[in-house]
Write a new protein. Structure first.
Length: 410
């Protein structure tokens, strides 16, 4: 007959065997029983859930990675990538939940080593790995004005500023992209995105901004599928401020440009606009009107070399030219400026003589040049020819309903 001592030893050996467990494809788990434990309660390891599952593949790098102790507590969590670089994380005060605090990378393998303690002191360690997806292509977003100049963080712009989100790849899923593009303002205004093409989305409010408004544009596209295998490469953000309200009205009926600063008339400038009509060059029709509509200031130059061949009119043709012009404030992408031209002072205020620009005398051109910032509003009224097109910098010429219909989320 076995002795009581041998029976007790056998039971203890069975118990120790029972608490050493190897978990196959799910990872590995090791349990340590506290030395000298005499508790009558059953020994219990912590119950830990790790997300994503062990050996998961093509995990979204912005998916939630969470280690959670459903029973017991976490004593330590270490997460490293395949280069053995540690991933920073944070533990809740109750030691129940751990999460990484930095984004994961594309095409990396991550390993989590999780130490935990059960309700009655049983320590255990678990190891689990997963890998993130590897995109076939990636795209960045840059925030610009309609002149394609980058919006400067902390910069000051006019009340008609249009935010352009430019992708460096064509976007197949515009709706997915737009869901991750935001513009927030203080004070709040109603605004919407308008897709000009597969690489450019424009945002503007329904009405001009109030002076002093702060505007924050954000693209949170990292880890986001944008269609056709393209994923966002990185997030982007820019914050800028709206300055004083500068609105100028150029009326071809009076041949005057009236300039308002925060609603107050500050200058009246005689002008000579587009002479009107068209010129046909090799089957291409060139308009000589100043298109009516609402423009914004794009940029400025002093001097600027103006060459009619850039819009299809050879400089040696009947109406061609190449001149160096001072104090030029650009309002259209195809080259309409308010600029100095002393040669037409005789016509300014009563006769249109230009190819489409607004000619001013030297004093007025210099003053307007110094007054203007990108995003200031210039309205052209009562001129002939078709209205300014969106691609010419005519975002504000569209009605609000037309503008909202350009959203991919309408």
């Amino acid at each position: 007959m076995p002795t009581s001592t041998s029976i007790g030893s056998g039971r203890r050996r069975l118990l120790l065997l029972a608490v050493f467990v190897v978990v196959g494809v799910v990872g590995s788990l090791q349990i340590a029983v506290p030395p000298g434990s005499r508790s009558s309660k059953p020994l219990e390891a912590a119950q830990v859930t790790i997300t994503p599952d062990a050996n998961a593949h093509d995990v979204d790098p912005v998916a939630h990675v969470v280690v959670k102790a459903n029973v017991g507590t976490l004593t330590d969590v270490r997460m490293v990538n395949d280069g053995d670089k540690q991933v920073d994380g944070v533990m809740t005060p109750d030691n129940k939940v751990w999460k990484p605090t930095v984004p994961l990378g594309y095409g990396r393998t991550y390993t989590l080593k999780v130490s935990s303690r059960g309700p009655n002191g049983v320590d255990s360690t678990r190891v689990s790995s997963f890998s993130t997806l590897r995109p076939s292509n990636q795209t960045k977003v840059s925030f610009t004005t309609t002149s394609e100049a980058a919006l400067k963080d902390g910069g000051t712009y006019g009340v008609g500023t249009v935010v352009v989100a430019h992708f460096d790849e064509q976007i197949a899923d515009r709706a997915a992209a737009e869901k991750h593009l935001t513009v927030t303002t203080n004070p709040a205004v109603q605004g919407s995105w308008f897709w000009v093409d597969d690489q450019n989305a424009h945002w503007r409010p329904e009405h001009y901004y109030a002076p002093g408004t702060t505007v924050t544009a954000e693209a949170k596209i990292y880890g986001i599928s944008l269609g056709n295998g393209i994923f966002g490469q990185e997030d982007n953000r820019v914050l800028f401020r709206i300055g004083d309200s500068h609105v100028s009205v150029a009326d071809d009926a009076t041949k005057l440009v009236t300039v308002f600063d925060n609603g107050k008339l500050v200058r009246t400038m005689p002008t000579s606009m587009g002479m009107g009509g068209t010129e046909n060059i090799a089957g291409h029709t060139i308009s000589l009107w100043t298109p009516p509509g609402i423009y914004t200031v794009l940029d400025k130059g002093n001097p600027v070399v103006m060459d009619s061949s850039t819009f299809g009119l050879p400089k040696n043709s009947r109406l061609g030219y190449r001149e160096t012009i001072k104090y030029a404030t650009k309002i259209s992408t195809d080259g309409i400026y308010l600029h100095e031209l002393d040669a037409t002072v005789w016509a300014q205020g009563h006769t249109d003589t230009s190819h489409g620009c607004l000619n001013l005398n030297a004093d007025n051109a210099k003053w307007f040049y110094g007054f203007s910032v990108p995003g200031d509003v210039v309205e052209i009224r009562n001129s002939g020819g078709p209205p300014v097109k969106l691609e010419q910098n005519g975002d504000w010429t569209l009605s609000w309903d037309q503008w909202r219909n350009g959203s991919a989320l309408k």
